[in-house]
Design a protein around this ligand. Structure first.
Ligand SMILES: NC(=O)c1ccc[n+]([C@@H]2O[C@H](COP(=O)([O-])OP(=O)(O)OC[C@H]3O[C@@H](n4cnc5c(N)ncnc54)[C@H](OP(=O)(O)O)[C@@H]3O)[C@@H](O)[C@H]2O)c1
Length: 312
């Protein structure tokens, strides 16, 4: 009887300790959200250059501007040359930082030699592995989704690994890698199966590497945001949950020293906590899928700002 009592006391203490650790972790985000420390000197201490993939639009474009504003020179890698040229001019004009652009299509596998050549000789301290694609914004069954499996694997998975391989050896003593995953990676999302799985890869890869490199001065952080209003989300109306890319990037840079994983903003951290409360039998039920296919789809349709080709 006494042994049983001791066992339950032990379990109780363990649960309290785990809850305490979670509260402290959460309080850290609340504190940093309101305090907004400027990470300028920290970011600059990493090296002269930052490399951003998928820098031609959305989140990648905002990271490029923000890092340049923090005094770094930036290498922009993305698909559309005209967009890169326009952003490069704007960054140079508004921040005075140097900008280098590399055109590359990450759905292809033969682009990395050219990227490596173009990065030679630069003192790179920061990498934002941001490029990614979401073939179906509207939820859809795997076999009904656009057939872009190979492109998605190249763009969302191969790019993260290969750009990482190109850069990790060039880091001198220090380095910061931000891998942009998604909230859809935190647990498997039905009706977004390929996207969710590809982003889960980014999470796992990132956290495993951080364990390997922790002692070597290299910080690898994976970000798991939910909705951000960008081209990918057809410029969904921003609200308390749907952040603008600018809001998200600015806030996420406050959390770069908080550990190997976060959602990048407080609102999404809270949302993730709520979603974790949903029991898996409910999350993976037919009813939840019907909810995604009906109410959630209607919500998306009513709130996107690019209606063209969206009702198919
Ligand atoms: N938006 C969200 O709600 C959200 C939420 C969670 C995670 N994320 C992740 O955040 C990252 C950025 O998303 P975003 O919303 O900023 O996307 P976005 O607005 O569509 O911008 C993506 C950028 O990547 C470039 N790109 C796309 N495919 C490419 C390819 N095959 N080769 C080279 N460049 C390519 C695009 O080039 P172009 O300029 O030529 O189009 C664009 O500049 C992605 O990894 C995404 O999965 C987004």
């Amino acid at each position: 009887m006494e042994a049983l009592e001791q066992f339950f006391s032990f379990v109780g203490v363990l649960v309290c300790l785990i809850s305490l650790v979670k509260c402290v972790r959460f309080a850290q985000y609340v504190f940093l959200h309101f305090w907004k420390p400027s990470p300028r000197s920290y970011l600059q201490s990493m090296g002269q250059w930052a490399v951003i993939t998928g820098a031609g639009d959305g989140i990648g474009k905002e990271y490029s501007f923000e890092l340049a504003k923090h005094g770094l020179n930036v290498v922009l890698i993305s698909r559309t040359l005209e967009k890169l040229q326009a952003i490069a001019m704007e960054i140079e004009r508004t921040t005075g930082s140097s900008v280098k652009i590399i055109q590359a299509d990450f759905t292809k596998d033969d682009i990395y030699k050219n990227i490596k050549e173009n990065l030679k000789g630069l003192e790179i301290g920061i990498l934002v592995n941001n490029v990614g694609m979401l073939p179906n914004l509207l939820p859809s069954y795997f076999l009904n989704a656009p057939d872009e499996i190979q492109s998605l694997i190249h763009c969302n998975i191969t790019s993260v690994v290969k750009v990482y391989c190109l850069l990790i050896c060039t880091f001198r003593r220090k380095g910061l890698i931000l891998n942009i995953s998604s909230g859809a990676a935190l647990f498997p999302w039905p009706l977004y199966s390929m996207y969710s799985a590809s982003k889960a890869f980014v999470c796992t890869f990132s956290k495993a590497l951080q364990a390997e490199y922790k002692g070597k001065g290299i910080l690898i952080q994976v970000l798991t945001p939910y909705a951000i209003s960008t081209s990918m989300t057809k410029h969904l109306n921003p609200n308390i949950i749907t952040k603008t890319a600018n809001e998200f990037v600015k806030e996420s840079l406050n959390y770069v020293t908080t550990g190997d994983e976060n959602c990048g903003c407080l609102a999404h951290e809270i949302l993730a906590c709520f979603l974790r409360l949903i029991p898996s039998w409910a999350f993976y039920s037919r009813t939840f899928q019907m909810f995604l296919l009906t109410q959630y789809t209607d919500y998306l349709r009513q709130n996107v700002n690019v209606k063209q080709n969206f009702y198919k």
